[in-house]
Design a protein. Structure first.
Length: 188
């Protein structure tokens, strides 16, 4: 991406790499705020060959890929609530609905060639709620979409869906922020 520099050990301009064990990302997404988000082969769940893990790389020559903590997107949306409560509620509800209707990957090819499908809708409708020094909406949308797909691959998994529901309950005044953050820290 123009204007951003990255640690060349991990990002060659196209593909994010993991050094231990050595592995190229299955899919690398370049986000508008310069964050590189990538899917790597996972090994958990009922169908480990279809599992994936997500890593992000922030701009900077010394940055290293990391799994994106849920606290990043939760706090980002919490920061936006004061001014944009209605919009944040709509976004969280959108992803609960997406979670409920999305289908997990059935083949490695399907997973490896996946293109994010919710970002355009979110950006087209809510771009104006982005704030300086916070995450981009395409980051939040990408994370919510991919975590939904990943959790849906495992029968009986519920923690991410539960966090989305807890967030909606927070927005609706049914729980306080300590319950929301408690849910975040207990489950993940």
């Amino acid at each position: 991406m123009m204007g951003y520099e990255y640690n060349e050990k991990y990002f060659d301009g196209t593909t994010l790499k993991q050094l231990r064990p050595l592995m190229n990302a299955l899919h690398t997404y370049k986000l508008s705020d310069g964050i590189i988000l990538a899917m790597f082969q996972g090994k958990r769940g009922e169908r480990p060959k279809l599992d994936f893990k997500i890593k992000i790389l922030r701009p900077g020559k010394k940055e290293k890929p990391e799994p994106p903590p849920h606290v990043y997107w939760v706090v980002d949306l919490l920061l936006k609530i004061e001014k944009y409560r209605k919009e944040v509620r709509e976004i969280v509800k959108y992803y609960i609905d997406f979670y409920d209707r999305c289908k997990p990957f059935d083949t490695e090819e399907e997973r490896n060639s996946y293109n994010l499908i919710t970002i355009k809708d979110i950006i087209d409708k809510y771009k104006y709620i982005e704030q300086k020094n916070t995450l981009s909406l395409d980051y939040v949308a990408s994370i919510l979409e991919l975590f939904s797909l990943c959790e849906k691959r495992n029968t009986g998994a519920y923690m991410f869906r539960g966090l989305l529901t807890m967030f909606l309950n927070y927005i609706d005044g049914k729980v306080d922020y300590m319950h929301l953050l408690g849910c975040l820290t207990r489950q993940f």
